[in-house]
Structures are given as C-alpha cells and as structure tokens.
Ligand binder design. Structure first.
Ligand SMILES: [Zn+2]
Length: 270
C-alpha cells in the first residue's frame, strides 16, 4: 500500500538544520519555499479564511462554533455527559451494547459548527495541510490514549479507493498524532480486504453487515500487533460499525487491546 504523505505535514521537525558553512544558497532556497508556502497557505482561519496571524488556528467566530468534546464523558465511548456523574462512569448505551474497542476519544462533535466542513476538505478537497492542526488537536484530546499506546494504526482504505483518492486521510492524521505524542505508527498493520460501498444511508445493522470481514491483520504484521495496545486512528466515527470491525480485526490479529482516536464523532444518546 502506498501511503502518500504531503510535504509540510510535520516535516519541519525531522528536517535537519541547513549546514552552517556555504549555506547561503540553501538558506535562500528555504526562504523562497517558505514564502511560497505563505503565499499558498497564508496564516488564515482554517474554515473561513479570515486572517488570524496563526497558520494553525481558527478565527474566534469559527472557534466558537465548534463543539469541542470535554469531560465529563463516558469512559468507554467518549460521548460527553450533560453533567458529571463521577470518574469512570460508562454511558447506558455503552453498558447495554459495549463497543469492541476499549476507549474512544474525539476532538469535536461532527454535526455541529464547521467540523464536517473541515473533515470534508481534508478528505476530498486536497487540503492535506489541514492534517497538521487537526492531528495536533487529536494528540491533545487523546493524550492519555497516545501515551499508553504501543502502536498507532490508521484505519486503512481499500486499495482501489486509495488509488482514487491518492491518500488516506487517517494515515496522515495518525502520522501527525504520532509525531506530536512521540508514538510509533504502523500504516501496514491492518489491511482493508473488502471494498465496501459507502455507509451513507444505511441502517446501523446494514452498516455492521457492510463492513463485516472488511479488515484483516496481514500475516507479516501479526508479530508487530501481537500483545500490543493499539490506538486506532480515523478522521470520523459515525455509527461505530467501521471502527468496531477494524478493532475486531486487530484483536483477532493478536492485539492486547484497542483504543480509538478520531477527529470528530457523531454524538447520539449518551
Ligand atoms: Zn473563521
């Protein structure tokens, strides 16, 4: 599988400093490329393009419209609670129908404010530069999970969809989160062996059936997965069917436990 990583996504951190002697040309080249980047992506609000003076930021208006998910929340699913019910409390929904994964965390609610727009642009709008700020927010929202994870694994795309889209947004987000949190990422630990039609418009049962058996840990990756605590990374969690199917495949592949970190999630019930 060919994981495409955009230039500029966290690459500044691993890039060595230019040599101190005879570096005038290199320095000039760097300045020109930085100027080109500023021209392409001037410091502007990620949503409405208003000037912010901060390339990774949102203007106050857009920031205010995002529903960030904060405590108190369900320890399992990460769904926010209206009021604090105490530490370690699990939502009735998660208690009645426990997810395959152990814990899930998300930055924001998918259905409120400009979040859906951000995800859409990252996925289809060739705005892979969005991955850096979104990934940073994810690293913060899931700090505990990232710290405890042995390995970060992005939810894979089927190779046909990957070929059509050219990149896997989950893989790009995972690499940013890994870099921020000092964790390891393995984009080849999980394979999407079934090309599933889009989940839009399906019932929960249909969604689950749709993705059943869609994922598999490839034999060469088993040794890297076995006994590990895996943090599964994706852009969005909706019904949880895809996430559960991927988590189940990792557990079958030998993982000790699977947590989930997404940028946005749909919040239903509680
Ligand atoms: Zn804005």
């Amino acid at each position: 599988m060919d994981i495409w990583e955009p230039e500029g996504v966290g690459s500044s951190k691993v890039e060595p400093d230019p040599p101190r002697s005879g570096s005038a040309l290199a320095l000039m080249a760097r300045r020109i490329s930085q100027a080109a980047l500023d021209f392409l992506y001037p410091p502007a609000c990620l949503v409405c393009q208003a000037r912010t003076g901060n390339g990774d930021g949102l203007c106050p208006s857009c920031w205010g419209r995002i529903s960030f998910i904060e405590r108190p929340l369900c320890e399992r699913t990460g769904v926010p609670f209206e009021r604090d019910l105490g530490v370690g409390v699990v939502s009735p929904q998660a208690a009645a129908e426990p997810p395959v994964y152990e814990r899930a965390r998300a930055v924001a609610r998918y259905d409120e404010g400009p979040v859906r727009q951000l995800v859409y642009r990252l996925k289809y709008g060739d705005r892979t530069d969005l991955a850096r700020p979104l990934g940073r927010w994810m690293a913060r929202a899931g700090a505990e999970l990232v710290a405890e994870a042995d390995l970060l694994v992005p939810v894979p795309l089927h190779r046909l969809r990957l070929a059509a889209r050219r990149f896997n947004q989950a893989a790009i987000l995972a690499s940013v989160v890994a870099r921020e949190g000092g964790a390891r990422v393995d984009p080849f630990a999980l394979d999407r062996v079934k090309a599933t039609p889009p989940q839009v418009g399906l019932t929960k049962a249909q969604r689950a059936a749709n993705v059943q058996g869609a994922f598999r840990v490839p034999d060469p990756a088993r040794i890297r997965v076995t006994g590990r605590r895996i943090l599964l990374v994706d852009d969005v969690l909706t019904s949880g069917s895809t996430t559960n199917a991927a988590a189940r495949a990792l557990l079958r592949g030998g993982a000790a436990a699977v947590d989930v970190l997404v940028f946005a999630r749909v919040v239903t019930g509680g």
